[in-house]
Ligand binder design. Structure first.
Ligand SMILES: [Fe+2]
Length: 294
């Protein structure tokens, strides 16, 4: 078979247009897996692939397609999402006349990225995608996505009588805070790239400090703490199906109106609370690509 020399920049434009069209056609309204998530995971996968000598086009395409099918977390077949996404990815790539010799690697990466699919990553590209996607479950992103999904599914923020599950079984399908211990804290040990491993450690620490802090606030009866405000803001954003933040101008630094009825983060922009400021700095660091390139 003749190997087609792919033109990376052309393909990036082509894939982005195709994915946008697919999201419109499927009426996707899940802000925790929106085009912004796909773009950030793709960009980070490319950074990891550069460092690990992986194929940048493969990880870019896999990043843009990895959540192209994403069943809600409470769907009985949610564990099949990444398999279904890999099947749809193959259909789309074929329709776009994508270089055929790269498609199997992309589909494997898409299938293997998911925590619940629980299959081994067999290529460096699959490892890069999996690490990049897991980074968005950690740090400030991890916080906002956890509470957003909780609001969307109508689960509870936490078990106020036993918030860390000292005398009960953890259950993240009922309590959002249980998700930290049950899944998020375990992710740093699953990282497979050098850059991913290094950064995931600090992001996990950020989450741990948040979890411990909000439990302390709860015990002190401080329900108006910065941590509670963040959790409540994103819980409400999930209930109302708002966007997590304005994709082009998250911190409203250019010329736009702040609109908390449309963007979750906008509800926090005016706050002078010390913890909320720290959270916003952390989110900025993550939005800037974790400053992996110095
Ligand atoms: Fe994802």
């Amino acid at each position: 078979m003749t190997t087609i020399e792919p033109d990376l920049e052309n393909w990036i434009r082509h894939i982005e247009d195709g994915v946008r069209e697919e999201l419109i056609n499927t009426c996707s309204d899940d802000a925790s897996h929106d085009i912004g998530h796909l773009q950030r995971v793709s960009a980070l996968s490319r950074q990891f692939a550069k460092a690990e000598s992986g194929n940048e086009l493969v990880v870019y395409a896999a990043g843009m397609l990895h959540d192209i099918v994403n069943l809600p977390k409470n769907h009985p077949e949610a564990y099949k999402s990444s398999l279904l996404a890999s099947i749809r990815a193959k259909e789309l790539l074929t329709k776009w006349n994508f270089p055929e010799n790269l498609i199997a690697n992309i589909c494997h990466a898409v299938h293997a990225h998911s925590f619940s699919a629980n299959i081994e990553t067999e290529t460096i590209e699959a490892k890069c995608l999996q690490d990049a996607d897991r980074m968005e479950a950690l740090g400030a992103f991890g916080l906002i996505r956890t509470f957003y999904v909780s609001g969307k599914l109508g689960t509870q923020l936490m078990d106020e009588k036993d918030p860390i599950g000292l005398s009960r079984k953890l259950d993240d399908k009922t309590f959002a805070l249980d998700h930290f211990e049950q899944k998020l804290f375990t992710l740093q040990r699953t990282m497979k790239t050098k850059e991913g491993t290094k950064t995931a450690r600090s992001l996990s620490l950020f989450l741990e400090e948040f979890r411990n802090g909000i439990v302390e606030d709860l015990l002190k009866g401080n329900r108006s703490s910065g941590r509670f405000v963040i959790a409540d803001t994103y819980y409400l954003a999930g209930q109302k199906k708002l966007s997590l933040f304005h994709l082009e101008d998250p911190f409203a630094e250019k010329d736009r109106n702040v609109d908390p009825e449309q963007y979750g983060l906008d509800g926090l922009l005016g706050s002078c609370d010390g913890y909320i400021r720290l959270f916003k700095d952390q989110l900025r660091f993550e939005l800037n690509g974790y400053a992996l390139t110095k």
